[in-house]
Write a new protein. Structure first.
Length: 680
């Protein structure tokens, strides 16, 4: 709050050394002392302009009120945080504010902080982690955890850990798209090599003359490789122009904010190096092949292309490029089916028509009154409070006990703190017992458990006593397993604890088709109870989509790349078919004169190329099956890839190849034989 005006800003809490570890540029204030006082605040320039207008540069020393409780003094103004920063804030407050509000923040077991450590120059991270491994256990009386540090520069791309071992993260997508890029380059190189060797007869006389007047094979190789490199360099410039042109569309698809300025010199030099490598790789074989021609045979007119090894190589390259194309097509289909499975699969709760707001002010202090008012509003079906979004809990402990639990059982349980009507509002299936309800006064301490927890406890668990964090109470119901965190992870044991005091969110279930009425009713109740807090709500399904946005982007880009790969493959096939038909023009004329039908000629010309495509499909099938299943293993809730996917992909590639070859074949088959035989 500033001068009676209320604002809701992105914020966080940090220790006094935060600005000594991170180099956020200060416009005003001292970074070393900015967060030392428990009543201090650091804000961004954007926030300062919003709060103080044109007088923003005099904001230092002014007072703000946070949560209508804490008066803080602005001790620093930092430059606006760029979009690509992993740490985002508009207001930063000291951690002491949290500790003063809740002493649990001082406990070692209360793992809500991200800890950053700046090591001394020359320190071995491995040795350091070995020293601090059991630090947590010594302070928290726990023997089942080890802490370790990860380099901050690796966190964004490498964020998935299981049992203390790195298992992946966004780096997997980098690897996948790098592989796709290599595939596309290979297909393009194959086209270049195929067409260069196929059209070698057109340069045979030039090569013969050069050799006669003294050119060595080495100089000819250099010439042809240089031509290939120049072709790649021109393609590099064209590609660069395309990248700049398509950046807005790419940013729209991915949600990123790249600009042409993001393409720094190191990046451009790296891509130029790839272009050079592509030029050498694609031009090397044609250069050796062309430079090996015998000048006597060429100039006498007796030169013929070697039909054995060269023809077999060209056929092998066609097989290889269509195998790569099929790999991309099947992979794309697998990605699409898995992502569609994620979006439509029953996750154990209904995420549609469900929204939540932060419980603050009267929403926290007068929960029952707020809930009753909301239930009287049109379009609202049910209301509950929860400390966690059930689809992304993030709160776990080993401090769950029951009669008969083995002493060496250190199972991790995910904990949700909730209030009445939890299962009803989340639309979770009750398999036994009942939901939390106002009709049962005994629910002051009680629990709901999922199937995994019930399995661990054993027998009929309803009525059994559970002890969580030292609070003993009965299990009143068993709910069906639900996807509590990432869909990459298996279902874990979960306990829903009746503890409204620790439930920081108000969840509201709206009636289907009446969302507008429900939101209007929410706004009325919110203004009545919390007039000094700006209303901000989040839909659970939108949050879910945001969580799996990377997968959605991956699916979209994979579709694009598969189409590109198929187009490039067909362009090469189109060129190779054109050249082959050109070489066989007189043969086709003679066949027509002798009575060959158009259909017969089309089938004859298409058959050889389609054989190559089919062989490519057969080779690609086992490779693709292995790759897609390896990727799908990352998901606990996954689809199975059947033979139908491979048949569909193979049929698609074959039909497109057939269309590519047939167009040229039909054109040749209906040509007038007189035009090609009149000179014979």
């Amino acid at each position: 709050t500033n001068n009676g005006q209320n604002y809701r800003e992105i914020g966080g809490h940090a220790g006094p050394a935060f600005f000594s570890v991170f180099s956020f540029p200060f416009i005003q204030g001292n970074p070393e002392t900015a967060l030392v006082s428990p009543a201090s605040a650091v804000i961004t320039e954007r926030t300062a302009r919003k709060l103080f207008g044109s007088d923003w540069d005099n904001a230092l020393g002014r007072t703000l009120t946070v949560d209508h409780k804490n008066d803080v003094t602005i001790t620093g103004i930092v430059a606006d945080i760029p979009n690509n920063s992993s740490i985002q804030f508009d207001v930063l407050l000291p951690t002491q504010i949290l500790i003063d509000r809740d002493k649990r923040f001082e406990e070692w077991y209360f793992m809500v902080y991200v800890i950053y450590a700046k090591l001394e120059e020359g320190t071995s991270l491995h040795d350091f982690n070995r020293k601090v491994a059991n630090l947590f256990n010594r302070h928290a009386d726990d023997t089942n955890h080890q802490i370790f540090l990860q380099p901050f520069e690796d966190v964004y791309l490498n964020s998935f850990y299981r049992d203390g071992q790195l298992t992946g993260g966004r780096i997997d997508y980098v690897h996948i798209f790098a592989a796709i890029a290599i595939f596309l380059l290979l297909i393009a190189c194959i086209n270049f090599m195929n067409l260069a060797t196929a059209r070698s007869s057109q340069r045979a006389r030039e090569i013969g003359v050069r050799k006669v007047i003294g050119a060595h094979q080495q100089s000819l190789i250099t010439q042809f490789v240089t031509e290939s490199i120049m072709t790649a360099f021109i393609a590099f410039l064209f590609a660069l122009a395309l990248v700049v042109t398509l950046l807005p569309a790419f940013n729209f698809i991915t949600g990123k904010h790249f600009t042409p300025g993001s393409l720094d010199l190191n990046f451009l030099m790296g891509i130029l190096g790839i272009a050079l490598l592509v030029g050498v790789a694609s031009g090397s074989y044609p250069a050796f092949y062309l430079s090996s021609f015998k000048p006597v045979a060429v100039l006498r007119g007796t030169f013929r292309q070697r039909s054995g090894s060269v023809l077999n190589l060209r056929k092998g390259l066609v097989v290889f490029q269509f195998a790569l194309s099929l790999v991309l097509i099947v992979s794309t289909i697998a990605v699409y089916l898995q992502l569609n499975h994620i979006r439509t699969e029953n996750l154990g709760m209904d995420r549609e028509n469900l929204l939540f707001v932060t419980r603050e002010g009267a929403l926290l202090e007068k929960h029952d009154a707020v809930a009753q008012e909301l239930l009287m509003q049109a379009g609202i079906a049910s209301v509950t409070a929860s400390g966690q979004n059930p689809l992304n809990i993030g709160n776990n402990t080993t401090s769950v006990n029951w009669s008969g639990k083995e002493p060496d059982n250190h199972q991790l349980f995910y904990i949700i703190n909730a209030s009445n009507d939890f299962a009803k509002t989340m639309r979770m299936d009750l398999l036994a017992g009942r939901d939390f309800s106002r009709a049962f006064a005994s629910d002051s301490i009680s629990y709901l458990v999922n199937e995994e927890t019930a399995r661990l406890i054993g027998g009929d668990v309803v009525g059994k006593t559970l002890n969580v964090y030292g609070d003993k109470g009965p299990i009143v119901g068993v709910i069906k397993n639900f996807s509590m965190n990432s869909l990459y992870m298996p279902i874990e044991p979960a306990v829903v604890r009746f503890h409204p005091e620790w439930a920081g969110y108000l969840f509201i279930r709206t009636e289907p088709g009446r969302t507008k009425e429900a939101l209007a009713g929410l706004e009325v109740v919110y203004k009545k109870f919390n007039p000094d807090y700006p209303l901000a709500y989040t839909f659970v399904d939108h949050e879910f989509e945001k969580t799996y946005r990377s997968e959605a982007v991956m699916g979209t880009l994979a579709n694009v790349f598969a189409v590109v790969a198929l187009v490039i493959s067909c362009l090469g096939l189109f060129g190779l078919t054109s050249f082959t038909i050109e070489q066989r023009t007189k043969e086709l004329g003679v066949r027509k004169v002798l009575g060959a039908s158009v259909a017969g000629i089309v089938i004859m010309l298409s058959r050889d190329f389609l054989k190559l495509v089919l062989i490519g499909c057969v080779i690609a099938a086992p490779i693709t099956w292995y790759m897609t299943n390896h990727w799908l293993e990352n998901f606990a809730n996954r689809i199975d890839i059947g033979a139908g996917v491979f048949l569909l992909a193979g049929l698609t590639a074959t039909l497109i190849a057939l269309a590519t070859v047939s167009w040229q074949s039909i054109k040749a088959a209906i040509a007038n034989p007189v035009d090609c035989l009149r000179n014979e």
